[in-house]
Ligand binder design. Sequence first.
Ligand SMILES: [Zn+2]
Length: 264
Amino acid sequence: MGVDHKEFLNKAVFIPDLCEQIKVIMERYNIDLGRNAILVIITCLDDQCTTVIEYIKRELRKFHPKSSSKDDDNIIHIEKFYGMRLFGGIFIPEIKTYESLLPAAHHIPEKEKGNLLILNFSHIGYDYEKKHFGKLVRYGHINSTHACGAIKSLYERIINKKDMPIDADLKALSNYLQEIVKTYNIKKQTNGLDILQLTIKAYEHQIPWLKGQLKELSLLDRINIIYIGGIEIDMSKTCEEMNKDKVVIIEKFIIDNTGTVEII
Ligand SMILES: [Zn+2]
């Protein structure tokens, strides 16, 4: 079974809309970035994801209460930000653990009612002129390139039965993707729909493990963890078409400091 790509695209929101949703959640759970919370963003290493991260940070900065003394305080607060770059933005089961998030948890300023606000996005390119997933025309480019480069190139190695990379991180991701291809019976499709299916399943399949790890972290450090995640869609762009990237939110939950999980 493939995925309904039209339905998927219909669910996508622009970054300011994503940030408005984050703002509502922050208000509901009394999250004050830089005071009682640290922002954690888990995404791919891709420079396109960096663009999206910076855009999210810029939007969130607008929500921060203005300091009465000097505006610079806003910048200092929002920089309570912990970036985790993982190939594909995937927190690979049995490989990544809550331990890699301990530094972020330990740096929450007011620990009494401390919060980690986690944004976790895998990503996929979308060439909207060709209606093709898995690639996009990047800023300054004429032709399209792969996105996610790691997921797409590893998938091609898998279906063509080629050798896997030696690099430990890429090897771990390729083993994980092989499992996804097998478990969900992913087969070649036109217009990169197989890459879309693989990306969505790779994202979703990590959730039970990730949730378990976050639960351990919340209990260990007695913090609330608010998780928002899904797939970033990197749209092809020309110079006139900045800020077209979108996000499809797939998971939203809170784990309170007693380890109780609640969907939000
Ligand atoms: Zn990537």
